[in-house]
Design a protein around this ligand. Structure first.
Ligand code: NAP
Ligand code: MG
Length: 498
């Protein structure tokens, strides 16, 4: 991977920010960890240390939760829905104003191509805040007609913020995941403590500065950097937290549920996936082939909804597999800050090891790599786009989430067979269907046990469209108005009027 003239110059403000002294946002102040400890965040394109950030732990979580509680019971309550909406909108505007900066921070810290972050992660985060700003004034209850004998009652519901929300996010879309969590919680009137992933803390720390600039009252948003086992676990178990929202692996999701049991805080979970992507022989293959390639290779396969099980109808199997392999071969790997890069490194050495472990297990169990199948280079955490065939349902590469650019391709004979295969997983996050036959498309969409079904497209996200999992892919939904359920309680008020 030679460097080329298409490498973008790091903006001076990004250089200054990244190399600066990083502080977390707690109680309206930018602070270090109480222990004074820090930990490194790495540049995955080189494996070198990018920045040192505060290592927040239980004590910092305690401080943040107390600040959130004070804000929730104090200043934040007095802020009108309209003012709340304006603050959220302003935060979106500020991110947009600093869009180039955020795209570079995201690329340096996470490894993703800066050009992708600039057109996907950052604008989607801005849009999410704008969409949720609108909801702040529209969270309404109902009037309820009662059938109590004799009548004479007025009954209505109020939808109230659930209180202090703890939120824990992963590293694959650091800024966007922060937006998915903060936007709806703030629209609903909650106060928040957000724990970001140790691999990618920088964009959320920059966001902390903008939250200050937007003018949120102290303590409404607290952002803590630190490790899952310490800061994350303390937040999930905290008796002062009313609700925990988690995005990450199914394995850690189960720990969150256990930790939340202490005070029975409300829980919502966005977890892993092993999403089926089904190509019928009557699909427009000119669209389906690049679609299936991007379903798995987008964000280096580090998407919870990645189309990692590709089912292709027998008569077009070879053609589709060759086509997807050809697309994979064309992908230019390189550092995210190079504009010609189409796929950057995986996020960390652990992730590299994990994905390479799956590739080895696939080989051992008899899968065949049509392309890829190995690490690329010695520096940075690059893995070649990989297409596996001769995959059997008993294999780990078929059953488990790899979270890398690795797709398992299997042939199928008819709709009934593929429906059974697609649903044969502990997950249920997303699915793709490619066909020109609308009744086939809609009837399969109905029978797939997945929270999102994309037909003749994949990875289409919109702030208005709910996203979340069936089965072990999660509880509750993100985005759309459905996400507001996660952050509100319904109060029934019954008045005797006669
Ligand atoms: P992860 O290991 O589950 O970590 C996610 C977050 O949980 C991180 O902030 C992590 O902290 C924290 N954490 C780890 N152990 C914890 C504990 N015992 N208590 C509380 N918090 C803890 O997942 P990941 O490897 O970062 O992300 C990949 C996974 O996320 C994949 O399975 C993917 O499918 C899933 N994901 C799902 C969605 C969705 O919307 N459904 C979106 C993105 C990712 P540290 O990183 O600081 O240790
Ligand atoms: Mg990093």
């Amino acid at each position: 991977m030679e460097t080329s003239s298409t490498v973008v110059e790091t903006l001076p403000q990004v250089k200054e920010f990244v190399s600066g002294r990083h502080k977390m946002l707690i109680d309206g102040k930018l602070v270090e960890a109480a222990s004074g400890k820090t930990f490194p965040s790495y540049n995955p394109a080189t494996g070198e240390v990018l920045a040192e950030v505060p290592e927040g732990d239980k004590e910092d979580i305690d401080r943040a939760v107390s600040a959130a509680r004070r804000a929730f019971e104090g200043r934040w309550r007095q802020v009108t829905p309209s003012e709340r909406g304006q603050l959220i909108w302003k935060l979106g505007e500020l991110i947009e104003k600093h869009a180039d900066e955020f795209a570079q921070i995201e690329s340096l810290d996470n490894g993703k191509p800066v050009a992708v972050a600039r057109v996907a992660d950052v604008p989607l985060a801005v849009d999410l805040f704008r969409y949720m700003a609108g909801w702040a004034t529209k969270i309404e209850g109902n009037t309820i007609p009662l059938s109590v004998p004799g009548g004479g009652y007025l009954a209505y519901t109020l939808r109230e913020p659930v209180g202090v929300a703890g939120q824990i996010i992963p590293w694959n879309f650091p800024l966007l995941m922060a937006a998915w969590k903060l936007g709806p919680a703030l629209a609903a009137g909650c106060a928040v403590v957000l724990k970001v992933a140790e691999q990618t803390p920088l964009s959320a720390l920059r966001l902390g500065g903008l939250i200050q600039e937007a003018g949120f009252p102290a303590g409404v948003v607290n952002i803590v950097t630190g490790f899952g086992e310490t800061a994350g676990a303390a937040l999930a178990a905290h008796p002062g937290v009313d609700k925990i929202a988690f995005t990450g692996s199914t394995e850690v999701g189960k720990l969150i549920v256990q930790a939340a049991a202490g005070n029975l805080k409300k829980v919502s979970l966005e977890l892993g996936g092993k999403s089926p992507n089904v190509v019928f022989k009557d699909a427009d293959l000119e669209v389906a082939i690049p679609g299936a390639a991007s379903a798995i290779f987008f964000n280096h396969g580090q998407c919870c909804c990645a189309g990692s099980r590709l089912y292709v109808e027998k008569s077009v199997f070879d053609k589709v597999v060759e086509g997807v392999a050809e697309q994979g071969k064309q992908i230019k790997l390189g550092p995210g800050m190079d504009l010609s890069t189409q796929m950057g490194p995986l996020v960390s050495s652990e992730q590299l090891e994990r994905v390479c472990g799956y590739l080895a297990s696939g080989r051992q169990e008899g899968a065949k790599a049509v392309i890829g199948g190995q690490r690329v280079g010695e520096r940075g955490y690059f893995v070649a786009p990989t297409v596996l065939t001769e995959v059997k349902p008993s294999m780990k590469v078929y059953q488990e989430e790899i979270f890398g650019p690795v797709v398992a391709a299997m042939p199928f004979s008819d709709a009934r067979e593929v429906e059974a295969a697609a649903n044969e997983t502990i997950y249920g996050l997303a699915a793709g269907i490619w066909t020109r036959d609308i009744s086939k498309a809609h009837s399969l969409a109905e029978r797939l046990r997945a929270g999102t079904v994309w037909i003749n497209c994949f990875n289409v996200f919109d702030a208005a469209l709910p996203f979340g999992g069936y089965k072990q892919s999660g509880w509750g939904r993100e985005m759309g108005h459905e996400v507001l359920e996660n952050y509100t309680e319904t109060k029934s008020v019954c008045v005797r009027i006669k």
